[in-house]
Design a protein around this ligand. Structure first.
Ligand SMILES: Cc1ncc(C[n+]2csc(CCOP(=O)(O)OP(=O)(O)O)c2C)c(N)n1
Ligand SMILES: [Mg+2]
Length: 410
């Protein structure tokens, strides 16, 4: 008879704790330009390696190299730069506004700006994103009004969502930005369903699903992959791996898969990993995946490897669970500095132009903020009318709601 010992449970542990020395030796980083660029109609099983590598364009010297480079002009890159700088400035102002009590809550993108800003460029009018709270770059880069965004954050009288949503949970059908749901991973099933509907109607529009590393542990993520792979839905399945899910490190949701991109392989879905702090690489991969969807070749799964530099939200204090200097040790650098260095090397930008752009952008964001605040903030000025809370749910208001509205006297 075999003598079995007691069973034990494996609980993955982060490499370091607060006070320790940051360690990213688990993030294997290939040289920029090293990963091949397959044709979009490639057989998925022939590119399985791409789920375990990292597609990179910008090298340490700031040059754009390899088969994924060469897609964007100076003007387009400068526009991308300004979009990322605008998002960072918008975040900084809203963070202060939260500390001043002008809103109850805010969530920043610090370090992740390249992902939503560059991805937006790969989409066409009519395509639909199903975003989480960390893709406001889709709106900024898509030309949505910053005043409207701020009014939503302030839940004021001009809030397009009338105070019904948590701050930062924007919605704009016209800008391809489906209403954010706080229930994580629901975005995946909804995006795949929307993409299937587009195909059923023989339309040409594609969808983009968004999820964080931690949220891939939800069953909705896996259910969505079944439908996407079976029906070859025209959808881009984005996973933003920023290393953290509030205080939980990415190793918990990733488990034994090696990478998040590897999750797609079991479904036969082409799965790529990309340097999420490299504007050029994010754009090139998003464009590749969008092309596959448009040519009716089916879904693509993309893992963006990045780092959440800021706190999870204004309700979080990361010093309780990770070393304070961890973001400085992140080996893929800062997306704005990397694009800035590249543009300077191309002769299309300079330190002076960068400073000037920073000042101009700050002025624009402050002007938007002043206008938004003239319509009220959380505790001051005008608010959405209480009467409106009864609107917009039913085509015809049922009697019990009419009664409640009368009782409220609004
Ligand atoms: C279904 C569900 N479970 C839990 C939460 C609470 N929650 C909000 S954000 C978050 C962490 C998500 O981390 P990740 O998916 O990595 O995204 P990130 O915040 O890093 O962008 C959790 C657990 C939620 N909103 N929805
Ligand atoms: Mg995360």
């Amino acid at each position: 008879m075999t003598d079995y010992g007691p069973l034990t449970l494996h609980v993955p542990e982060p490499a370091v704790r607060p006070g320790g020395t940051p360690d990213f030796s688990n993030v294997k980083i290939p040289k920029a330009g090293a990963v091949p660029r397959p044709e979009v109609d490639v057989e998925p099983e022939t590119i399985r390696d791409l789920a375990f590598s990292i597609i990179r364009v910008l090298n340490r010297a700031g040059e754009a190299v390899g088969p994924w480079a060469g897609l964007l002009s100076d003007e387009e890159l400068i526009e991308g730069m300004r979009n990322m700088m605008t998002l960072r400035t918008f975040d900084a102002r809203m963070l202060i506004a939260q500390r001043q009590g002008k809103t109850s809550f805010y969530m920043q993108h610090l370090g992740e700006e390249a992902i939503s800003c560059a991805f937006r460029k790969a989409l066409s009018p009519g395509d639909m994103n199903f975003p989480t709270y960390r893709q406001a770059g889709l709106l900024i880069a898509g030309g949505y009004s910053m005043v409207d965004m701020m009014c939503q954050v302030y839940s004021n009288s001009r809030d397009p969502l009338k105070g019904r949503q948590l701050p930062v949970m924007y919605s704009s059908k016209e800008h391809g930005f489906f209403t954010i749901s706080g229930n994580l991973a629901t975005q995946y099933v909804q995006a795949v369903g929307w993409a299937m509907a587009s195909a059923i109607q023989n339309d040409t529009k594609i969808a983009a699903a968004w999820i964080g590393d931690g949220s891939t542990a939800e069953s909705d993520f896996h259910a969505a992959l079944v439908f996407a792979s079976t029906y070859k839905a025209p959808v881009i399945l984005n996973i933003v791996n920023n290393q953290w899910a509030i205080s939980t490190f990415q190793g918990i949701a990733r488990g034994g898969a090696g990478t998040f991109a590897a999750r797609g392989l079991g479904f036969g879905i082409p799965s790529l990993r990309v340097d999420g702090n490299d504007y050029l690489a994010v754009y090139a991969v998003a464009k590749w995946a969008a092309e596959r969807a448009r040519r009716n070749l089916g879904p693509t799964l993309v893992e963006y490897v990045t780092y959440r530099v800021g706190a999870h939200s204004t309700s979080d204090d990361p010093s309780a669970y990770r070393p304070k200097t961890e973001s400085d040790a992140w080996p893929l650098g800062d997306p704005i500095i990397r694009l800035k260095n590249h543009l300077i090397l191309r002769g299309a930008w300079s330190e002076e132009r960068h400073k000037q752009a920073e000042a101009e952008i700050l002025d624009t964001v402050i002007a938007a903020q002043k206008e938004a605040e003239s319509y009220g903030t959380l505790h001051a000025g005008a608010k959405p009318s209480a009467r409106e809370m009864f609107d917009g749910v039913y085509a015809e208001m049922p009697p019990h709601l009419r009664r409640q509205r009368q009782q409220a006297g609004v």
